[in-house]
Design a protein around this ligand. Structure first.
Ligand code: PLP
Length: 397
């Protein structure tokens, strides 16, 4: 063909992470057909949807099958009933978010990838290790990325001071707390440093709070809008995936406060234009299901599931504490990020766990260079498997 393609795609680092994990596991299974492998690698939920959510979805489907209540295209930015409920969710967290600033979507990943559409070719600041979507979507747009390293020393919570003497003037900064893959969380003081830095340098923070519902410790912000100044510098992207088990249902949202402007242009106006042009909204049954997840009864049911995962995480972190192994996460997060033993990089440690105790995790290198000597375990499995995995770890760690 005689056309041009987006050559920036050539700069995306091909990630073989999950296919490489898959092929190593298959090879092991072929050689050891009786082995019972425990999978603690994938960041996907496993518990079924709460009944109140399913009932709401079924009822909405029935409405769609009835002439009197049938609905066609949904509003591009979300039904009022769901935008209102999300606004109330923020009020319960102690902050004000106008329903008009809430944009409902089919998930956080889409919004994180699509937000780049409304921004120009800015300098972008991204932590390493990191959820790969921020890096890849900016690479697709040809943006210049500066990485800031998460390390054992900073607890995998890079701060503006980790930028050293780099001159920052109007950058786009990605922050994720609770973090994937490290499970680390910014407290109020450290998040305040980021907000102050963004305001001072005329930067935009894109704040990914997809794991917000896992926060239980005091002094950990549930939303960036708890931090003074955030309405002037931050958009927040969140999801029903991990809170309500919607990974297969698909619903999330982005908050773009009206106070965010660039040279007189409202970012919210650009986001509206982008969404109205390229997105046709989230289906009615899904939005009704999301609404149900945010009722008192829905929150109670979802919280039970989250507590279940967190108990799994505690089983793992208790063992790491006992063994004196350095880790982050597990307390306000479904992820436990542990340091590999002396002499092992993350893939060597992957092989050790697979071969010696038949447990599969995720090598940290898959999340960036900074993850090279670290390993991610997830708490999304069953209690039975987690207990069994911990027993096996006792033999090898
Ligand atoms: N943000 C982070 C940090 C994630 O880990 C994930 C999914 O694993 C997402 C966003 C994507 O969420 P969604 O399922 O809403 O697209």
């Amino acid at each position: 063909m005689n056309i041009k393609t987006n050559t920036n795609f050539g700069n995306i680092k091909e990630t073989y992470l999950f296919s490489e994990i898959g092929s190593r596991v298959r090879a092991y299974e072929a050689a050891n057909p009786d082995a019972k492998i425990i999978r603690m690698g994938i960041g996907d939920v496993t518990l079924p949807l709460p009944k109140i959510v399913v009932d709401a979805m079924v009822k909405a489907c029935e409405e769609m099958g009835d002439q009197a209540t049938f609905r066609g295209y949904p509003p591009e930015y979300g039904y009022g009933f769901l935008r209102d409920k999300i606004s109330i969710h923020y009020a319960n967290l102690g902050v004000t978010v106008d329903p008009e600033s809430v944009f409902v979507s089919d998930g956080a990943k889409s919004d994180l990838g699509n937000f780049v559409d409304i921004l120009g070719n800015n300098n972008v600041i991204i932590p390493d290790p990191v959820y790969p979507v921020y890096v890849d979507s900016n690479t697709m747009s040809g943006n210049n990325i500066t990485f800031i390293n998460g390390t054992r020393e900073n607890g995998f919570l890079p701060m503006p001071s980790d930028l050293g003497d780099k001159d920052v003037n109007g950058a786009v900064i990605y922050l994720c707390s609770p973090n994937n893959p490290t499970g680390a969380v910014y407290d109020k003081k450290s998040l305040t440093s980021w907000v102050d830095f963004a305001v001072k340098t005329g930067s935009l923070i894109i704040y990914d709070s997809a794991y917000e519902a896992f926060i239980s410790e005091d002094d950990i912000p549930h939303t960036i809008y708890e931090i003074p100044g955030a309405y002037e510098c931050a958009v927040e992207i969140c999801s029903f995936s991990k809170f309500a088990g919607f990974t297969g249902v698909r619903c999330g949202w982005t908050v773009v406060p009206d106070s965010l402007t660039v040279g007189g242009t409202h970012l919210a106006a650009l986001w509206k234009r982008r969404q109205a042009t390229k997105f046709n909204g989230v289906s009615y049954p899904v939005q009704r299901a999301a609404e149900a997840a945010l009722t008192d009864e829905g929150i109670e049911a979802c919280s039970k599931n989250i507590a279940y995962y967190k108990e799994n995480a505690k089983l793992v972190t208790d063992l790491l504490d006992e063994k004196g192994i350095f880790y982050t996460g597990g307390k306000n997060s479904p992820y436990v990020w542990l340091e590999c033993p002396e002499g092992y990089d993350s893939w060597a440690f992957f092989d050790k766990l697979l071969n010696e105790v038949q447990v599969v995790g995720t090598p940290g290198e898959g999340f960036g260079k900074g993850g090279d000597r670290y390993f991610r375990l997830t708490a999304f499995g069953s209690r039975e498997n987690t207990i069994e995995a911990v027993e096996r770890f006792k033999r090898t760690l």
